[in-house]
Design a protein around this ligand. Structure first.
Ligand code: SF4
Ligand code: SF4
Length: 384
């Protein structure tokens, strides 16, 4: 296994981390997978309060096999549920109990999407909570997981002396969410980055369009999954990449990839292949938006690139996946705000008929159950 040194504290983290959002139902199967991953050198396990039953299962397996102190354990505060100061301690105590441990190595504010939300946590007393937990040794490192726009990511990074952060990053989404620019900004500040969604929820493995498959097949050597992981691990700012592995074969393969995939390990020729693959995937999508953001700002505050990322997910992934992110990320900056003024279209280097594609976004994503999903997302995931 390849290990990368955390510049903040000297921890050596395995380049491959185990994402525990969807652990197998069978506890025996789950135990076999976790133990095999540890044997192969994986030493970072990431769970969260809101991953139903995951903390409890992981805690039982680590305790039963007496391997808690062999791994770095990461879990997350369900910050959207926090409404008063006492909630910080209440959720943290529950998490320690679920995980059968007395400390958390890497603790994250889960799904921060904006600086405003971070500020709300500050007003509720999160800084005192963090200070006390770090002083007592119950939290070793503090970070946040992020889904939102680059500008908000940068504001949050600048607002606190973070030990680490976690973003979505993969070869199709270089310009989406925190984006490559956000990754580089974190690197410049010396804040190590954990990466989630390296295979975009499996899209870059199971749902590749035929032309992209052909490109990778002709290039040979690596599987689609290995291609995705190698791209992420090429970036020097990345401390470790999370993979939600659910079979022994997948664990073996990803561990092998993480062994070989070095920082700056991709040649210019390979990097050009990734660009080509991303282009071919986009061609097969409903709109060929690269997420560059040149069309912004829209006078009606339509988040054009986020609308199009979700529209494409209806084809690349699934309608329910797209709907979830449309409600969570796009929120009120949705396609129905567009008044068809056309200001954005002249700025788009891809010459996209933005008005027409926004109408399609509205048609596909704002029908039932959009309002219902948005209501629940608002209520449970966003407190502002
Ligand atoms: S056409 Fe729609 S999306 Fe484009 S600038 Fe005008 S209101 Fe905004
Ligand atoms: S300018 Fe065009 S390609 Fe870039 S984000 Fe806007 S719609 Fe997408």
């Amino acid at each position: 296994m390849q290990y990368r040194m955390n510049p903040k504290n000297g921890d050596k983290l395995s380049a491959l981390a185990f994402g525990c959002m969807r652990l197998p139902k069978s506890e025996a199967e789950c135990e076999a997978q976790i133990l095999r991953a540890i044997e192969l050198g994986v030493n970072y396990f990431d769970t969260a309060y809101i991953y139903s039953g995951s903390e409890e299962k992981l805690g039982r397996i680590l305790a039963k096999n007496q391997v808690r102190d062999k791994v770095f354990l990461a879990t997350k505060l369900p910050q959207a549920y926090v409404n008063k100061e006492a909630d910080f301690e209440r959720y943290f105590a529950l998490e320690l109990s679920h995980l059968q441990t007395t400390w958390i190595d890497y603790y994250l504010m889960h799904i921060l999407t904006s600086y405003l939300r971070w500020n709300k946590l500050v007003e509720l007393g999160v800084l005192d909570f963090i200070k006390a937990k770090k002083a007592s040794g119950q939290i070793k490192n503090i970070g946040f997981s992020f889904h939102g726009y680059k500008e908000e990511f940068i504001k949050i990074l600048d607002a606190y002396d973070w030990d680490f952060c976690m973003i979505q990053f993969n070869y199709l989404d270089e310009n989406v969410q925190a984006s490559k620019e956000g990754l580089r900004y974190a690197g410049k500040k010396g804040i190590p980055v954990m990466v989630m969604e390296p295979l975009r929820g499996g899209t870059l493995v199971n749902k590749l369009p035929p032309k992209a498959k052909k490109l990778w097949d002709e290039a040979g050597t690596y599987s689609y999954a290995a291609r995705g992981l190698r791209f992420v691990l090429h970036h020097k700012e990345v401390l470790s990449v999370l993979s939600g592995m659910n079979s022994l074969d997948m664990i073996e393969e990803n561990a092998k990839t993480a062994e070989d995939a070095k920082i700056n390990g991709l040649s210019d020729k390979e990097l050009a292949l990734y660009q080509k693959a991303a282009q071919l995937i986009r061609q097969e999508t409903l709109v060929g938006c690269t997420g560059c953001g040149y069309c912004l700002p829209c006078p009606q505050s339509v988040d054009i690139p986020a609308c199009f990322a979700c529209l494409n997910d209806t084809k690349l992934h699934s309608h329910s996946y797209a709907l979830k992110w449309y409600a969570l990320l796009v929120k009120d900056n949705n396609a129905s705000r567009c008044v068809r003024c056309g200001l954005c279209e002249s700025k788009c280097p891809q010459h996209i008929e933005i008005r027409q594609k926004l109408a399609l976004t509205k048609k596909k994503l704002e029908r039932f159950p959009y309002k219902l999903v948005r209501y629940f997302v608002r209520r449970f995931m966003e407190a502002h």
